[in-house]
Design a binder for this molecule. Structure first.
Ligand code: HEM
Length: 440
């Protein structure tokens, strides 16, 4: 048995490190959670090296993640003094090399918040911060409810056999995001494709299929073509929102001005759109699918929330903790630092393992139980500190509205086939969940 970890505590077996670091390890959720538990029990802050990847510290404890996240000058997201020198997503070396080849040397494939630090990050986040607060979102509640009802319309009275993920959980958050952003319905398919291509090409490692990899030349050509299509659509869109402001988030972003009174460069608007379209989609759909799976496994919980819909927020919080669809973000140390008794070095990289933190027995009793009555529920599925998820209130609102509309219709819910999980170490969750939903 080879070992990959050298730190305090037990040496980390290669299979544990590999299970967590490699996207392939995330398909088998049971083994993944066992690997997280091994780390928390035996070496909660472990430096490991997996073939093909940079050495990395696996941060498995809730308290260590919080300590890192609250000190963004010491643990940067975007590379600190050298923007683009660090990738806030922990990819294999070949993928990072490929990103550098596309951008001319930088790991910043996109001008969006997770790649930014300090003043740039604050200024760009401030553009839409207020819009995403609960007070700002209130005005959208009825529109979102209409979209939720529209998704449910397809359910026939009696038995409906469906793949809850494809038929239900995925389309709804996408429609919400597109409509809040102000993309006209007829443009939605194009924008969805462009966004997926953009994300898919830059993130070759996290591609959600098992397709044969394409040659670098072909991929680079596709990348350039996608970017050009995307930017040209978007330039027109931005100009339109400057000339004809509306109440959508695109208007806020297109019209934002810097301290000097000039508009923000358009690259930030592109970054915002891609971040919202991608971060706001799989995350919410995975959480919804995970909650429905648990309700199918625990009919007594389904009945509880049908009878007490005012407690649906507790169900959502537990769903967020249990699923934790964002599996990690990465940070890099700008200086030597003593963390949990160990000296980490300037330049070291860290994977913040949110799924592990959300099963940490220091914080949660019986963490492997899905228990929507859990209180308090101090999960960090949305992260913590200045990079904490800007879409958290929107995600909770969307989920609440969908569950308020859907649960009363359910006569019974049964899992009728094998579940499948997305192969990724980044944003994941269920890829397939065949269910029989009998409508009352
Ligand atoms: C269940 C749903 C969601 C989960 C679990 C989730 C989780 C996260 C996490 C863990 C982070 C990183 C936080 C950190 O580094 O400390 C994040 C950042 C972010 N999320 Fe979400 N998210 C969700 C939904 C959304 C939605 C609906 C949007 C879109 C509006 C969104 C937009 C963003 C953006 C733009 C960032 C980057 C923030 C920054 O770097 O300052 N997310 N999210």
């Amino acid at each position: 048995l080879s070992t990959s970890g050298i730190a305090q505590g037990l040496e980390v077996p290669q299979y544990v490190a590999s299970q967590i670091v490699r996207p392939q390890g995330h398909v088998d959720e049971q083994s993944l959670y066992e690997a997280y538990r091994w780390l928390r029990d035996n070496n909660p802050l472990a430096k490991v090296e997996v073939e093909g990847y940079d050495p990395v510290w696996l941060v498995s404890k809730h308290s260590d993640i919080m300590e890192i996240e609250r000190q963004p000058e010491i643990f940067t997201s975007g590379g600190g003094e050298n923007p683009g020198s660090h990738n806030p997503k922990f990819h294999d070396k070949a993928s990072d090399e490929f990103s550098r080849s596309l951008t001319g040397g930088s790991l910043r494939t996109l001008d969006s918040l997770p790649y930014m630090d300090s003043t740039e990050h604050t200024a760009v986040k401030d553009i839409a911060n207020a819009w995403f607060r609960p007070a700002g979102l209130k005005a959208w509640e009825e529109d979102i409810r209409a979209l939720a009802r529209n998704s449910i319309v397809s359910l026939r009275p009696g038995a409906n056999d469906l793949d809850f993920v494809e038929d239900f959980a995925r389309p709804y958050p996408l429609r919400v995001i597109m409509s809040l952003f102000g993309i006209p319905p007829e443009d939605e398919p194009t924008m969805t494709k462009l966004t997926q291509d953009f994300f898919g090409i830059a993130e070759t490692e996290t591609l959600k299929s098992d397709d044969e990899p394409l040659s670098p030349d072909v991929v680079a050509r596709r990348w350039n073509a996608t970017i050009q299509d995307f930017y040209s659509y978007f330039d027109t869109f931005i100009e339109d929102r400057r000339a004809n402001p509306r109440d959508d988030v695109a208007t806020v972003i297109a019209n934002a001005r810097q301290d000097d009174g000039e508009y923000f460069p358009k690259k930030y608007a592109y970054g915002w759109f891609i971040a919202i379209a991608t971060a706001g989609h799989d995350t919410t759909s995975s959480t919804l699918a995970g909650i429905i799976e648990q309700l199918a496994l625990h009919p007594e919980e389904l009945a509880r929330f049908q009878n007490e819909p005012e407690r649906i927020p507790d169900l959502i919080n537990e769903g967020l903790r249990y699923v934790s669809p964002v599996k990690h973000f990465a940070r890099q140390a700008t200086t030597d630092y003593v963390l949990n008794g160990q000296t980490v070095k300037k330049g070291d990289r860290f994977m913040l393992l949110y799924q592990s933190a959300n099963r940490d027995t220091d914080i949660f009793e019986e963490p492997d139980q899905f228990d929507p009555t859990r209180r308090p529920n101090k999960h960090i599925a949305f992260g913590y500190g200045p990079h904490m998820c800007i879409g958290q209130h929107l995600a909770k609102l969307e989920l609440r509205i969908m569950l308020e509309e859907l649960l009363p219709l359910i006569g019974s819910l049964e899992i009728i086939g094998d579940r499948q999980v997305i192969q990724t170490n980044f944003v994941g969750g269920l890829k397939k969940l065949p269910v029989r939903l009998v409508r009352k």
